[in-house]
Design a protein around this ligand. Structure first.
Ligand code: PMP
Length: 359
């Protein structure tokens, strides 16, 4: 068996130690005589896994009692609809910041439920930068302000939040647990698990309890955040194995020193790769340097006729899934928490050798 460096944007690489632990526990979880996949979600064993995942996430992100943690099914895209369905009740509009492909998708879904006010967009700048927050056309009577601080496809990330009295709702799919965040600045955070948390199939939601009063009975009960909170995310059968894996990833993160330690490593990883790209005339990154993503590093070859060869040779060198998203082309290295520094060094060494051969 040989594992390669996996640069997929999601489902992304998982820590090898986590996979090994899951493998060791697969046939018989802690003496239960069955795997986690085979046990009732209402069993004491699974309830202990769910409680452990919540407790670890609470510690890792320093979440206070004003918030509920929900494990929601269906992917972050489901939340694009579920959020306006739940949280615009009693309001005439919702504000959205448009910084790329994922915020645009969230806007498209929200329009089915409410009057969407796009407070600013960097579309005309090809989503290569983030609008100046002082220009935002905020409607302080709106239900909330939605943003996506890490645009996975574009490779754009921002850390500061706009000044507003509105609850801020953030799609942190590509950010969660990669850098320190102050949860108390948000009304709600949500993140598809398949990047920094675990396998696909579950979305981590952290929602301020007072917002749950907006969820009304006209919602399908399975979609109702207040109902999910009241039932500990178990209105029906939750994705038990995904939640178990998330708990193992949270445990691994605690062993690594938590989010602060991860962030320090992520800064070094991203810096090494951007420094190499910036020093090269063969590769380039188009994003405004103030807003480059630490997790998703797109780069283009000066001679794009070499793209297919780059993919072929990188795969042969044990560097998997470096092709950029089909909508933007080029290359993209997604370097979430589970990507070690050695993976970055291997990528840089390959890029240098490729340039030497074909540049
Ligand atoms: N938001 C962001 C920022 C994403 O990167 C993705 C997936 N790559 C999504 C939403 C959609 O996630 P899902 O496939 O879980 O619906």
């Amino acid at each position: 068996m040989s594992r390669v460096y996996n640069f997929c944007s999601g489902p992304a690489a998982l820590p090898e130690a986590v996979l090994k632990k899951a493998q060791a526990e697969l046939l018989d979880w802690h003496g239960a005589g069955v795997s986690v996949m085979e046990m009732s979600h209402r069993s004491a064993e699974f309830m202990s896994i769910l409680a452990s995942a919540k407790a670890r996430l609470t510690r890792l992100l320093d979440i206070n009692d004003d918030y509920e943690i929900l494990f929601v099914q269906g992917g972050a895209s489901t939340l694009f609809a579920q959020i306006p369905a739940n949280l615009t009740n009693g309001f005439d509009s919702a504000c959205y910041l448009d910084t790329g492909a994922w915020s645009s998708k969230a806007i498209k879904e929200a329009k089915r439920y409410t009057d969407v006010k796009v407070v600013a967009s960097s579309k005309e700048k090809k989503y290569l930068t983030v609008p100046d927050f002082s220009t935002l056309q905020l409607d302080e009577k709106a239900a909330y302000l939605h943003l996506c601080p890490n645009e996975t496809i574009g490779g754009l990330e921002f850390a500061d939040l706009p000044e507003t009295s509105l609850p801020i709702i953030a799609d942190l799919s590509s950010t969660i647990l990669s850098r320190k965040i102050d949860v108390s600045q948000y009304g709600m955070i949500y993140a598809g698990a398949q990047k920094n948390v675990g396998p696909a199939g579950v979305v981590i939601c952290i929602v301020r309890k007072d917002l749950l009063k907006r969820c009304d009975d006209s919602l399908p009960s399975i979609w109702n955040f207040a109902n999910l909170a009241a039932n500990d995310s178990m209105i029906n059968t939750p994705p038990t194995f995904a939640i178990y894996l998330a708990d193992l990833v949270f445990e691994w993160l605690e062993e690594q020193g938590g989010v602060a330690a991860m962030e320090a490593l992520n800064i070094r990883k991203a810096q090494a790769l951007y420094d190499y790209i910036d020093a090269s005339t063969f590769y380039s990154n188009p994003i405004d340097p103030a807003f480059r993503s630490r997790m998703n590093v797109p780069f283009i070859l000066s001679d794009q006729s070499l793209d297919a060869l780059f993919i072929k040779e990188s795969e042969a060198a044990g560097l998997r899934t470096l092709a950029g998203h089909r909508s933007v082309g080029g290359m993209r290295a997604s370097i979430y928490n589970a990507m070690p520094m050695e993976g970055i060094q291997a990528l840089i060494a390959f890029m240098a050798a490729f340039e030497k051969r074909h540049g």
